[in-house]
Write a protein that binds this ligand. Structure first.
Ligand SMILES: [Zn+2]
Length: 361
């Protein structure tokens, strides 16, 4: 028998709650979890029941003046993604060479809808993909992926390289974060995950964004609005994008949105003495919590665990009980990576070591 409505009174009984919430509003079976797979930089694949979401998908990282998609590298990554599930929508945070260059090829190979900054949509169109297949974002959009999965677009902010830098948007690329809300079988309230592929903290987060002459809300207000629209009172998972000064963001985001788990990403993009970004080499430097002592100490006192990836194609299950790593042999085997841990390439130093936090942070 299918229960069509959630019965809040049954919360007292864990068993009853599990049964009652196993079905969605349409009487459909709710997904049991969000399966999350990371494959470098800010590349994520989320499989939520029948629904698959791709973020960025940058398989090469090309900062040359006119980078072009690489057909073979996207084909290989798509093959690996399809061992996890599939792709129904493609989200893109910003246009840079470590995030958005392969997007036209992902769009072409999957035929799925892309939601991206206008510059990325222009590249998709130029590549020969029908213009209607890419929706240029402004922030504030609601993407209803299925009955159970909704994505809300949050106008966010790019990282600021220098310790004294400040950006309100005029000279930066447009950056979008995504609040993913998923109804699952294990909990009455949907799971809430916020991911951004870049970011900055302090007053950068609280100052309204200006882009192409238009003033938008501040990043933190934009996220607040998305959370309110989602009916969310806390963030189960925050996947923070930047490669610098995460602590200045954490101090605002963690208390404002009651973050439960922090997953650092944007790893592997820059070359070091061991290697450059290459999925077959494996992650060429580890994420070391002690390289960001202020962040480490802040999150520790806030009781928020850091769950970093160790190698490409690491996967996790995310459900009402939190985030737990899971094996991912099929995708790792395609790239010649060990089942667990780093490798096969030898790891070196973090090329950003010493610049991840600033005096006064
Ligand atoms: Zn980047």
């Amino acid at each position: 028998m299918k229960f069509k409505k959630l019965i809040w009174g049954s919360l007292a009984s864990a068993v009853a709650a599990a049964v009652v919430s196993a079905y969605g509003a349409g009487g459909n079976t709710l997904p049991k979890d969000v399966r999350m797979t990371w494959f470098g930089i800010t590349n994520w694949h989320y499989q939520i029941g029948d629904v698959g979401i791709l973020l960025d998908g940058e398989t090469i990282s090309d900062f040359s003046p006119n980078p072009q998609p690489n057909v073979a590298s996207v084909s290989k990554a798509l093959k690996a993604v399809r061992t996890q599930g599939d792709i129904d929508v493609i989200l893109v945070g910003h246009e840079h060479g470590d995030h958005g260059v392969q997007v036209p090829e992902w769009a072409s190979q999957t035929g799925k809808q892309v939601y991206a900054p206008a510059e990325v949509c222009a590249a998709v169109r130029k590549y020969g993909v029908p213009a209607a297949k890419c929706t240029a974002l402004n922030g504030g959009e609601t993407i209803k992926v299925s009955d159970d999965v909704t994505v809300r677009v949050v106008r966010w902010i790019h990282s600021i390289a220098e310790c004294t830098g400040f950006g309100h948007g005029t000279n930066d690329p447009e950056v979008f974060g995504f609040l993913i809300t998923a109804k699952t079988a294990g909990r009455m309230e949907p799971l809430q995950l916020f991911v951004s592929d870049s970011g900055a903290g302090g007053k950068d987060l609280t100052t309204p964004r200006v882009s192409k002459g238009v003033t938008y809300g501040s990043p933190i207000d934009n996220l607040r609005a998305a959370m309110a629209a989602a009916g969310a009172t806390s963030l189960d998972v925050w996947q923070g994008g930047p490669e610098s000064r995460v602590v200045t963001q954490a101090r605002l985001i963690v208390p404002a949105f009651k973050v439960k788990t922090f997953m650092p990403h944007h790893l592997g993009v820059r070359a070091n003495s061991a290697s450059e970004f290459k999925l077959e080499y494996g992650l060429h430097f580890p994420y070391a919590v002690d390289e960001q002592p202020l962040l480490r100490d802040y999150l520790r006192q806030a009781g928020v665990p850091q769950v970093p990836p160790v190698n490409y194609w690491d996967a996790w299950t995310f459900d009402a009980d939190g985030v737990r790593p899971i094996a991912n042999k099929p995708a790792k085997a395609l790239y010649g990576l060990p089942e667990v841990g780093p490798g096969p390439g030898k790891q070196g130093e973090n090329p950003r070591a010493g610049r991840l936090e600033c005096k006064g942070d």
